[in-house]
Design a binder for this molecule. Sequence first.
Ligand code: ZN
Length: 446
Amino acid sequence: MMESALILLNNSQTNRHHYIFQFVFEENLGIPFECTSSISQFEEANNSIKINYSNHPCNTLCALSIFNAEFLQQIGFNQSLPTIQGSGTETTIFPSPKDSLFDFSFDVFSAIFFLLTRYEEYQDTPKDQHGRFQAKHSVATKHQFLQFPLVDIWLDAIQQKLDLPNVPKRKFKFIPTFDLDQVWSYKHKGISRLAVKLVRSLIRLERRNIVDIINILIGKKQDPYFVFNYLFQLHNQHEHIHPIYFLAVGKWSNFDKNTPIKKHSFKLFIQDLSSRYKVGLHPSYSSNTKTHQLQKEYNDLKNLISYPLKRSRQHFLKVSFPETYSNLIQIGIEKEFSMGYAEAIGFRASTARHFLWYNLALEQTEQLRIYPFQIMDVSLFNYLNRSSQQALHDFEHIKKQIETYGGNLITIWHNSSFDEKEGWDKSKQTFFETLYSEAAKSQIFS
Ligand SMILES: [Zn+2]
């Protein structure tokens, strides 16, 4: 039998083990591996790099010896959390026994599994008014590592300890993304919705607003949400960057207010946009409880674009485990972009790399790839109330982490955020353009 480049001695082989070794060794360190529970096979594999993950002493030289907390042998999820010690980049999860001679002071494989699968989000933690898990309840906030890609830092440590040759270079990639909850603020909304907006403006005596609205409707003034000429120009200046636009095409509701998909103007817009850039689905708020709506929205958008519709991000970032992701797989989504917090910036899954979703309810790896984001416009300016200066500081820190450890810098902007009435001003524009060009520059130099 051909020996693999790397062999792990491991008591049992579960789906969890396979998932995490695949992520660490094949996907990120670029090295094929095999597992064995046979000590003699392990000892004889002299042409392979050896990792002992068994808690058995072995009579052979190992490149790494890692404490096995046996978390990857468990099934399902329970309400207790693992032991977590320290804070920031010094955090350890599943610590090794005191005075033991392991190469890590904790079970790094279980720790990565715990963070990537979002194990803690399956627990009965109180949710916010939209049913979302909140950053303040996360172990990353409690142990002050939300601003650090701990998983990527540990991958780097594994690589250094193994001293691997030919590891693929860790690349920095910038993916700006845009959520189009409402393509237009006034235009193409339909008479009844426009009437509601006009009556509201009249009641509030917003005289200027009425004049503005009329000018927008007769085409004398640009609709304040329709900022695509500006965005397209910006993208044109950075041709190596490929933005993604997520489109809300659901039925009108309290939280879903885009132009109806049957409107010709909206269809034309989608066709034009999707011919220039990648587009994804932005499932409506109500699709979370009505899955037939999710399917309809997917079909409606799919029928308008000329390539397969594979990408999605939840409106309001509404994700509950495991239902949301399972529903998205059902309709044909393969790449998901909701992994991040509304009320905080940083690394929700402690990584800037994409990874396959492991479904803890079914104990299996699913064919849905998660693309975590780190920074969203409304997180910075609405939830966290940052000045543009502070926001730039936050961005520089995140960018530095991803430049160092590799991965995707993914940002979310809403087209509606570029409206002065939503708080857009010169300093925010400078911040946005600085972020865009700095991130684009980092990608060239990575
Ligand atoms: Zn949205």
